[in-house]
Every structure is written in structure tokens, then in C-alpha cells.
Design a protein around this ligand. Structure first.
Ligand code: FMN
Length: 330
């Protein structure tokens, strides 16, 4: 079919396939706090505030970042299926939960350029175990900075000499949360269940002995005893994504940049873990602010390393598409 014969909008089957892929995006506690509406012409992304983490994320910052990640995954999935998306972010000032509207233009021939990214969407996962150092680190850092820049998101490395300060901030955050009952109740609600379609399953968590070898990580309910990657102390590098300000638009862009960074690392064979336990509390967040060379607002820390090929992996679950996609009349 030549381009002029093609319709201007993908059909429903294409939209469903693209969104199945997009919904592999990471989200805080695997809450998947998004809702899609397709009216036959436009595709709209809304936040699902029923899935807001009231204790960990009262402002909805991580909720919007998660939606930014699914938005970027969707953009890539549509490119792969031959569709360019024109994205309007926050199209209606009266509806802050309407995060984006996507309109389509045929883009045949784009498939080859996105094949590696699509493979990365399938392969990416959050790795909470200790990692080896990433090879070619300066190249990786340069590449992820380039990918985040169009979103006005800075990527700064935490120098190894400053790592102990971040580890201390992690301990501080863990101590502050230990007797925070609403936070703990919420965390337990979202983690450790094996047959749920959302949340962090037990298989994705680490045992106490494994967690003890990762100095910077959120304290989750421990998985049963296991000693994977024995003797490995975490050598992952740490980067911080930060924004000029603290607005919903910048949170959405942060999520899009996060998606780009995670997929680039995955495509390079690296392991990643997004971390927000230290950005969600003012006390630990200010430690990061001191460690980056500008006054931007730290949003997400990412551990980037190499995973030894010894670890079984079952993908974390996702909600059925029909729960997150509504078909509306135009
Ligand atoms: C905004 C955001 C914040 C996150 N914060 C953390 C965190 O603090 N600690 C952690 O281990 N994982 C964190 N994650 C990773 C999610 O738990 C993970 O994406 C989700 O459980 C789905 O699993 P998957 O990434 O393996 O597909 C975060 C992800 C996002 C998008």
C-alpha cells in the first residue's frame, strides 16, 4: 500500500497491540496508574488517581512519572507499527488528569529503527539484586544524557566518593518509614502477592541477605531466604534525573526520559533499578540536591549495572488491557 492510500488513524487492533506493549512500562509499585481512551481518531492518556499511593506519593508525582513512562513506551510502540504520534501534553487546563492526547500520522519504514527499543521493552525489568559495574560507562552516561535532554531532564552521576552519603540517606529514609504505619500498610498492600495483576510480586523482591549487599534501595518486605549473586556487593553506578521545577508537566517529561534511559540501558545489555525512596522524603531528597551541580529538583535515582546471567526472571504482571483501555465514540 502506498502512503497516500493509508488511513490517517491506526485501527483498533493496532492500537490494542501497541498499548499491550506500552503497558510493559515501569510504574511505582507496579500500580499502572493510567487509563487510555481511544475514540477512533485520537488516543487520550489519563491518570488513574484511584491508584495513587497516598502515603508514599501524596502529590501524585510518581503517579505522573509512571504515566510519562507509559506515554514514551506507547510512542515507541506506535512507531514500530508504522505510526508517528503528535503528542499534546496537558491539552485541557481544566482537566489536570488528562495528561496527553496522541494524534497519528502514517510513518512506514520506521520499523527497523525501533526494533532494538521494542526488544528492550520486552527485556527490561527492575533488578533489585546487587549488580556488577557497567562496562563502557562514560559512553552510557553520554547516551542517556542525550536522550533525556529533549525532555529538559538532567542526568547527573553520583560520584563514587559520594555514594556513602546516599547510602546514609537511604538508611535515614528507611528509619523514618519504619514506624510510619500508613506507609507500611500501603507498601504491604502493593507487594509480595503472587497472583495479582498489579503490584510487585514476591519473585521480584530480594531476601534480607541479598538486600544487605545493595546499599541504596527501597526497603520492601523481604522475599524468602535466598542468596542469589553470592559474594557480589553492589557496584552499580548511580544517576539522578532532575528537573528545573516541580510541575506536573515536568513530572510527565521525567517519566518519558526515565523510559528512554531504562530502554537505552536495556538495549545495551545493562540492568537497571529506578529508585524513589530517597526523593519522596524532603530530608533524603535534600542530600541528593547537595550532590548535583545545579539547583534542579531530584526526581528519580537509577542504579545501572550489569547482571550476571544467573538469575531466573518472570516478568511482573500487568492489568488486562480492557481494564485500562476505553473505546469512546468520536
Ligand atoms: C516512578 C517510579 C518509582 C519507582 N520507585 C522504585 C523504588 O523506589 N524502588 C524499587 O525497587 N523500584 C522502584 N520502581 C520500579 C517499580 O517497582 C517497577 O517498575 C514495577 O514493579 C514493575 O516492574 P518491572 O519494572 O520489573 O516491570 C519505580 C518505578 C517508577 C516508574
Amino acid at each position: 500500500m502506498n502512503t497516500s492510500d493509508r488511513p490517517n488513524t491506526p485501527d483498533l487492533r493496532t492500537v490494542r497491540m501497541a498499548l499491550m506493549l506500552a503497558c510493559r512500562a515501569p510504574s511505582v509499585h507496579n500500580t499502572q496508574p493510567w487509563r487510555w481512551v481511544f475514540d477512533g481518531t485520537q488516543l487520550r492518556l489519563h491518570s488513574d488517581t484511584d491508584r495513587l499511593l497516598h502515603s508514599a506519593d501524596p502529590l501524585g508525582r510518581q503517579l505522573v512519572i509512571s504515566c510519562g513512562a507509559v506515554l514514551d513506551h506507547a510512542r515507541l510502540a506506535f512507531v514500530w507499527m508504522g505510526w508517528f504520534t503528535d503528542i499534546t501534553r496537558f491539552p485541557d487546563p481544566d482537566l489536570p488528569g488528562h495528561l496527553a492526547t496522541l494524534e497519528f500520522r502514517p510513518w512506514p519504514g520506521a520499523l527497523n529503527t525501533t526494533a532494538a527499543r521494542i526488544r528492550a521493552i520486552h527485556q527490561r525489568r527492575t533488578d533489585r539484586l546487587p549488580m556488577l559495574a557497567p562496562p563502557g560507562w562514560l559512553d552510557v552516561l553520554a547516551a542517556v544524557r542525550d536522550l533525556a535532554r529533549p525532555h529538559h531532564v538532567s542526568v547527573d552521576e553520583i560520584a563514587e566518593r559520594n555514594r556513602p552519603r546516599l547510602a546514609a540517606a537511604t538508611e535515614h529514609a528507611t528509619a523514618l518509614r519504619r514506624y510510619d504505619m500508613p506507609y507500611q500498610t500501603e507498601l504491604h498492600w502493593w507487594t509480595g502477592h503472587s497472583d495479582a495483576k498489579a503490584g510487585v510480586p514476591a519473585a521480584a523482591l530480594v531476601s534480607d541477605s541479598e538486600a544487605a549487599r545493595v546499599d541504596i534501595g527501597r526497603s520492601f518486605p523481604a522475599a524468602p531466604y535466598s542468596v542469589r549473586r553470592t559474594d557480589l556487593e553492589d557496584e552499580a553506578r548511580l544517576v539522578v534525573l532532575s528537573t528545573l521545577d516541580e510541575t506536573a508537566a515536568q513530572w510527565l517529561h521525567t517519566g518519558e526520559a526515565l523510559s528512554e534511559v531504562l530502554l537505552e540501558c536495556t538495549a545495551r545489555g545493562l540492568a537497571t533499578c529506578a529508585l524513589t525512596h530517597i526523593t519522596e522524603l524532603a530530608a533524603s531528597r535534600s542530600v541528593i540536591t547537595d550532590l548535583i551541580p545545579h539547583p534542579d529538583v531530584p526526581q528519580v535515582v537509577i542504579r545501572i549495572g550489569t547482571a550476571p546471567e544467573d538469575t531466573d526472571y518472570t516478568p511482573t504482571p500487568r492489568r488486562p488491557l480492557d481494564e485500562v483501555l476505553e473505546i469512546a465514540t468520536a
